[in-house]
Design a protein around this ligand. Structure first.
Ligand SMILES: [Zn+2]
Length: 351
């Protein structure tokens, strides 16, 4: 039988091995060690096939039975993350008009940057609803209640500049009222792609002081207008005064509402999340509020370490991860070297 001319198996193996080793040493971080392991084994198997063909069917032992590849390390998130819901209302350029419900643009910007600098990441209400979060990361969700015009004129430019998504819960019965947005302005707000708009009922009705029927009718009126004017991709509402009832929440959840925003009012702690739906607990941020104190309060209520402690834990975990990656990289280089030696010895024997 005529044999095709081919590259010497040993030469081929040496060539592949040197290439592989150079690649591994040059690689700053081995993100996918299994890929490299598969690569080594597959290339070695190819070479083994060549060797077998050359020596007439002599089978070398599998590489994995000769040398153990380095084990992969498992990672756990260093600390649980905190999701901080923030509730704003109006903004003003005039400090004399500030209050628990009205902040100034520069204070609002300072709140955002303080959280970003403390390691918090902004989270949209939609991502909150979908659970698009990474374990161990701290997040903040920015919301505005009632539908004030300053959400468009003063807050939107800051949110856009800082790439922080926001949500407005609009009282539909107050649309076009003095100091409130019109539907055109609400459309302009949503067209920004930065802010989404959901319901805060038609008349700012308290669920706990009205019948469920009356409350649901009020919300249905609100939602019909929001759907017609803004066609949002999901359904969400903020309970006026944070006053929710289990019955209305379950009814709305059955209608497809994805998130209910409430606030840190006493009944939150007694009612709890019995309806099995997504509830965003929000803290009111007054002009006088220290945003980091609010963040710390939220963390302590969730049993989480303080921002400073969490920062230290994360830094420690990051350093340990870098060290583990370096150890893994070295282990793979040793593994590759050993594989090359083993294959070289086999070729030597079968020559
Ligand atoms: Zn309100």
């Amino acid at each position: 039988m005529r044999r095709r001319k081919r590259m010497s198996p040993r030469l081929l193996f040496c060539f592949v091995s040197v290439l592989l080793l150079c690649g591994m040493i040059a690689m700053p971080e081995l993100q996918e060690p299994t890929l490299y392991r598969a690569e080594i084994l597959s290339r070695t198997n190819q070479t083994t096939l060549h060797t077998r063909a050359a020596v007439g069917g002599l089978q070398a032992p599998a590489l994995s039975s000769v040398i153990e590849p380095p084990a992969e390390t498992e990672k756990e998130p260093p600390v649980a993350g905190n999701i901080l819901g923030l509730m704003y209302h109006d903004l003003t350029e005039n400090e004399a008009n500030t209050s628990a419900w009205t902040t100034m643009p520069e204070k609002f910007r300072a709140d955002m940057t303080a959280l970003l600098e403390a390691g918090y990441q902004p989270l949209s209400l939609e991502d909150y609803a979908a659970g698009n979060i990474r374990p161990g990361q701290d997040y903040f969700v920015v919301t505005f209640d009632d539908g004030y015009e300053a959400n468009l004129t003063m807050a939107l430019p800051i949110l856009t500049e800082l790439s922080v998504p926001g949500t407005v819960f609009v009282i539909t019965g107050s649309v076009t009222a003095d100091g409130h947005m019109t539907w055109d302005q609400l459309r302009e707000l949503t067209a920004s792609g930065v802010v989404t708009v959901y319901s805060h009922t038609e008349t700012h009705m308290k669920a706990n002081e009205n019948t469920s029927q009356a409350f649901l009718a009020d919300e249905h009126t609100a939602w019909a207008q929001i759907e017609e004017n803004l066609a949002p991709a999901m359904k969400a509402m903020a309970y006026p005064h944070g006053a929710y009832t289990r019955e209305t929440m379950e009814a709305l959840a059955a209608e497809g509402y994805a998130v209910f925003a409430v606030q840190d009012v006493p009944w939150w702690y007694t009612v709890g999340n019995e309806a099995g739906v997504q509830i965003l607990l929000r803290y009111n941020v007054a002009y006088e509020s220290d945003i980091l104190s609010i963040a710390e309060l939220s963390r302590s209520r969730a049993g989480l370490p303080t921002i400073a402690e969490a920062t230290a834990i994360r830094a420690e975990a990051a350093a340990a991860e870098r060290a583990a990656k370096e150890a893994q990289r070295r282990a793979w280089i040793e593994y590759a070297k050993a594989a090359i030696r083993a294959e070289g010895e086999r070729s030597e024997k079968t020559k």
